[in-house]
Unconditional design. Structure first.
Length: 247
C-alpha cells in the first residue's frame, strides 16, 4: 500500500470525495445502530455505539484488504427466473429480509407501548449487549458491500479507500451519540427512522434481484418527511409556549 498518493492533489480530492460518500452511505447504518443501542441502559449505550462502529471499521478495512475476494462475490453462482445471482446478491437479499423483520418488530414494540424496563434490562444486560453487537455486525456486513463497491469505483488506491473509511467512521462515531439522543427524545422521529430502515430493506431486496432504485429518491423522501416533522415539532412547541404564557 502506497500512502504517498495521499500527498498529491488528485489523491486528496479522491479522499475528500470518497469520505463524503462513505458518510452518506453510512447514514442508514447509524440510524440502525442508534435505534438498537437505545434499548440498553443509558450508561452502556456509548460503549455499544462505539463497539458497533468499531465492528464496521474492522469489517470494511478487512474487506478492502481482501478486495480480490470481494470482487469474486460479484461472479454468478446460479440462475433463477432469468436472473443470475451472485454472492453479493444473496447477502443483500438476506440482509434486506433481516432489516425488514427487525424494523417491523421495533415498530410493533413501540405501537404496543412496551416500555423500557431498567431492572429487567440490567438482569439480561450482558446477553442483550452481546446480542445487539451481533445484530449490528450482521448489518455492518450488508451495508459494507455498498461502501466497498463505491470505494472501488472511485479510486484504485487501497490506501485512499482505507483512510476514507476511517475518516467517515470517526465522524459517524462523533455524531452517533447526538443522533441517538435526538431520536430517543422524539417518538415520532423513531417511527420515521424505522420506516426509513424498512425502505432500505426493500431496496436491498430489490437490488439483489438486479432492480436498482437510486437511493437518492429514498433520501429525498426521508429528509422531506424529516423537515415536515421538525416543522410540526416547532409548531407544537410554539403553541405550548403561547398556552403557558396565557395561563
Amino acid at each position: 500500500m502506497d500512502f504517498s498518493v495521499l500527498l498529491t492533489s488528485e489523491g486528496l480530492i479522491a479522499l475528500l470525495t470518497l469520505s463524503f460518500l462513505e458518510i452518506v452511505l453510512g447514514i442508514d447504518n447509524i440510524i440502525f445502530i442508534s435505534i438498537l443501542t437505545n434499548r440498553l441502559p443509558e450508561e452502556r449505550r456509548p460503549r455499544a455505539r462505539a463497539g458497533g462502529i468499531g465492528l464496521a471499521l474492522f469489517a470494511r478495512v478487512a474487506m478492502l484488504l481482501g478486495i480480490t475476494w470481494i470482487i469474486g462475490f460479484t461472479k454468478p453462482l446460479f440462475e433463477l427466473m432469468g436472473h443470475e445471482f451472485t454472492g453479493r446478491d444473496l447477502i443483500l437479499f438476506f440482509g434486506g429480509l433481516f432489516l425488514l423483520g427487525k424494523s417491523t418488530y421495533e415498530i410493533h414494540h413501540k405501537i404496543e407501548g412496551e416500555e423500557y424496563d431498567e431492572a429487567s434490562a440490567r438482569e439480561g444486560l450482558k446477553k442483550g449487549f452481546l446480542g445487539i453487537l451481533v445484530q449490528i455486525a450482521l448489518l455492518d456486513i450488508v451495508f459494507s458491500f455498498d461502501s466497498i463497491l463505491t470505494a472501488v469505483g472511485m479510486t484504485e488506491h487501497v490506501s485512499i479507500m482505507i483512510v476514507a473509511v476511517i475518516i467517515s467512521l470517526i465522524i459517524m462515531l462523533i455524531f452517533s451519540g447526538a443522533i441517538a439522543s435526538f431520536i430517543e427524545k422524539h417518538p415520532t422521529l423513531q417511527m420515521l427512522a424505522l420506516s426509513f430502515l424498512i425502505l432500505i430493506g426493500f431496496l436491498l431486496i430489490a437490488d439483489s434481484f438486479h432492480y436498482h432504485v437510486p437511493k437518492g429518491y429514498v433520501y429525498f423522501a426521508v429528509f422531506f418527511s424529516l423537515a415536515v416533522e421538525l416543522l410540526n415539532m416547532r409548531m407544537k412547541r410554539s403553541r405550548k409556549t403561547k398556552t403557558t404564557s396565557h395561563e
